[in-house]
Design a protein around this ligand. Structure first.
Ligand code: FAD
Length: 402
């Protein structure tokens, strides 16, 4: 039996504490907040999309960084095991669109309650309001906290990343890892909104549009989905996914375009315009456009096509029509900046994977030091993948205390 200290009472720390205790170790979980699972509480808009009900190979396709490193952990503790764990510990689940798994109650707090009660049943000691300040390795570990020192044979670092710092994820773990001699991959926000040079149509949501990102002539990504116009630029599922792919690239080199009518090819769209122009021949273009787009987008699109909004439909020339088709099929958006960590769903970057054993999550530099969750240089798309990564890596860290 080993004495294990888990630092951080989020998804990864709770699962690590459970797995370490299940393996017969004496476990203490240290959390600086006054309660556990503060971030879990806000996940999935308060409903907690705790995993994605898909097989490991499909899961790994949704990992943006660290897919190879995570392969062993995801196979060892796949989504099916998370679902089994929750069910065995009394939490009923439901699966929604896109295999997203939620508690049947729709309460994220029930996920935390389930993890905490599984831990306490196995005798995990929980210390709240205890901030770890330093970790030292001698014969054993000495963990200095705001409430005194702890000693341990093994330490699991589950301190999370940098996003939504009000939940406790303030990046302390990166400092501890660096002090232990670990290399860090610079952190950038991921799954986050994008500021544009010009913000349009605040509050408008468009479903079934295609957002394409290019660097030079190279298409980086092109996806169909939902996009939200905000006061600063754009957000919504399409933009969050895109942010994960461009967050390490120079934004000045990236061009974005929006296809408002992906279901219509250019010829069909032209026929549709001709019909509208004939039916509403004496109306001004800004009004005619309302049949195609929300009112607040009509003006920017007409401006991109260089057509006066007060021009009558029957006066629109062939060239203007061609420009309008082009503006509707490939409306340019100029990105200036990703929104920051305060609004991002996950952190990309963190403890370099080359110095961590992917089976045990143990440091290759400091024996007995393990990492799990967002503190590692791993991240995935939305859909329950990031919490599952926290559970899989937490479980592997806890199970492999030697
Ligand atoms: C708004 C939002 C919604 C999200 N929704 C989803 C979703 O629906 N599905 C999904 O899969 N993912 C979602 N995510 C991502 C997911 O929540 C995280 O990836 C995951 O919770 C990370 O877990 P973690 O245990 O690694 O870190 P965290 O949850 O950040 O936990 C780290 C813990 O360590 C504690 N800690 C830090 N430093 C110290 C210290 N020095 N001493 C003691 N304790 C310390 C912190 O207080 C915190 O409790 C969402 C994220 C956000 C921000």
């Amino acid at each position: 039996m080993k004495e294990v200290v888990v630092i951080g009472g989020g998804a990864s720390g709770l699962m690590a504490a459970y797995a370490a205790a299940e393996s017969g170790n004496r476990v203490t979980l240290v959390e600086k907040n006054e309660k556990l699972g503060k971030k879990i509480y806000i996940t999935g808009k308060g409903r907690c999309n705790l995993t994605n009900d898909c097989p490991p190979d499909e899961f790994l396709q949704n990992v943006v960084r660290g897919g190879k490193f995570l392969t062993g952990a995801i196979y060892a503790f796949p989504p099916a095991r998370t679902m089994q764990f929750m069910a065995e510990n009394g939490l009923a689940l439901k699966v929604e669109r896109g295999n997203r798994v939620f508690p049947a109650s729709d309460h994220a707090s029930d996920v935390t309650k389930t993890l905490v009660s599984a831990c306490t049943r196995l005798g995990v000691k929980i210390l709240l309001n205890s901030e770890v300040q330093k970790i030292e390795r001698g014969d054993r570990f000495r963990i200095a906290t705001s409430n005194g020192d702890l000693a341990a044979d093994a330490v699991i670092l589950a301190t999370g990343g940098l996003t939504y710092p009000s939940t406790g994820s303030t990046g302390d773990g990166y400092r501890f890892a660096a002090e232990a001699g670990h290399a860090l991959i610079p952190c950038v926000p991921s799954l986050v909104g994008l500021e544009l040079k010009t913000a349009y149509a605040q509050g408008v949501t468009l479903k079934n549009v295609v957002l394409t990102a290019k660097r030079g002539e190279k298409v980086l990504s092109s996806r169909l989905g939902e996009l939200l116009f905000t006061h600063y630029g754009v957000s919504g599922p399409l933009v969050l996914s895109l942010s994960a792919e461009i967050n390490r690239l120079p934004l000045a080199e990236i061009s974005l375009s929006l296809d408002f009518k992906p279901a219509l090819d250019e010829k069909t769209l032209e026929n549709r315009l001709l019909r509208d122009f004939t039916e509403r021949k004496n109306e001004q273009m800004k009004n005619v456009m309302r049949g195609l787009l929300p009112a607040t987008l009509a003006l920017p699109v007409l401006q991109a096509a260089n057509i006066s909004p007060v021009k009558q439909a029957n006066a629109v020339t062939r060239e203007e029509r061609a420009r309008l088709i082009s503006a509707l099929k490939s409306f340019p958006l100029v990105p200036t900046k990703l929104r920051g960590f305060k609004e991002a769903v996950v952190t990309s970057g963190g403890v370099s994977l080359t110095e961590v054993d992917p089976k045990t999550m143990e440091s290759k530099k400091v024996k007995g030091l393990h990492f799990c969750g967002e503190v590692l240089d791993v991240d995935a798309y939305t859909g329950g993948f990031n919490l599952q990564i926290a559970f899989s890596t937490g479980y592997c860290a806890g199970k492999n205390i030697k």
